[in-house]
Design a binder for this molecule. Structure first.
Ligand SMILES: N[C@@H](CCC(=O)N[C@@H](CS)C(=O)NCC(=O)O)C(=O)O
Length: 223
């Protein structure tokens, strides 16, 4: 399997974590944007239409004749191979909801971090970051309630959406360090995830790529 993405954390992070957790042999192809943001010279822009991808984008996964873009489709593909998409109807529904809900949550942070006015003035109307920070406890409350006393977000068994949830919750902790103080079950979820043998081994390996979170055009997460 080949997983290709920019040489950043970005939306490839949950995919890398899932590949590692499932012990899937894979090679990473890391395109460098920082060195060469010139459209004509960048390796990705050269590759883009030559790989036979239906909808050329990054990340992409190539597994033999199977070529996939869309990060959630990639996660689901790996998840399906390992029966990590939910077993009961209730678990499957929870996975489906969270697959999209986690992406919505991610995109809120992405928008804030790419806002040209970041870190911004004091007017809440103009201030996307302030709005984000004001909304964050409410958003986290919903995820905390959804998780409840479950071990993983779908239930007793881990599913691929736990990898997206780990990533976005961890990113928010980096963005606003005390944000989980009121939500011990979310904190415990992060600790439980990081305590998994395969995950902690990956986190201590040279392959681990926790930052930069975004490409250099972002206003936060580029270091
Ligand atoms: N919805 C897509 C978004 C993909 C996307 O926006 N990729 C960005 C990096 S995060 C990119 O630079 N794609 C390469 C391109 O547009 O050529 C996904 O979840 O995979």
């Amino acid at each position: 399997m080949i997983l290709a993405y920019w040489e950043i954390r970005g939306i490839a992070h949950p995919i890398r974590l899932l590949l590692e957790y499932t012990g899937t042999p894979y090679k990473e192809l890391l395109y460098n944007y920082e060195k060469c943001s010139d459209y004509d010279k960048n390796e990705w822009f050269k590759d883009r239409y030559t790989l036979g991808l239906d909808f050329p984008n990054l990340p992409y996964l190539i597994d033999g004749n199977t070529k996939i873009t869309q990060s959630n489709a990639i996660l689901r593909y790996i998840g399906r191979k390992h029966k990590m998409c939910g077993d009961t109807e209730e678990e499957k529904v929870r996975v489906d909801i969270l697959e999209s809900q986690a992406m919505d949550f991610r995109m809120q942070l992405v928008r804030v971090c790419h806002d040209p006015n970041f870190p911004l003035t004091l007017s809440p109307q103009e201030n996307l970051r302030l709005n984000y920070l004001q909304q964050l406890p409410k958003t986290l409350q919903l995820f905390s309630h959804f998780l409840g006393t479950r071990r993983w977000f779908a239930g007793k068994k881990m599913t691929f959406v736990d990898f997206s949830m780990y990533d976005i919750l961890d990113l928010n902790c980096k963005f606003l360090p005390a944000c989980l103080d009121l939500f011990p079950n979310l904190q415990e979820f992060l600790t439980r995830f990081e305590g998994l043998k395969k995950i902690s081994a990956y986190m201590n390996s040279p392959r681990y790529l926790p930052k930069p979170v975004f490409l250099k055009m972002a206003k936060w997460g580029t270091q």
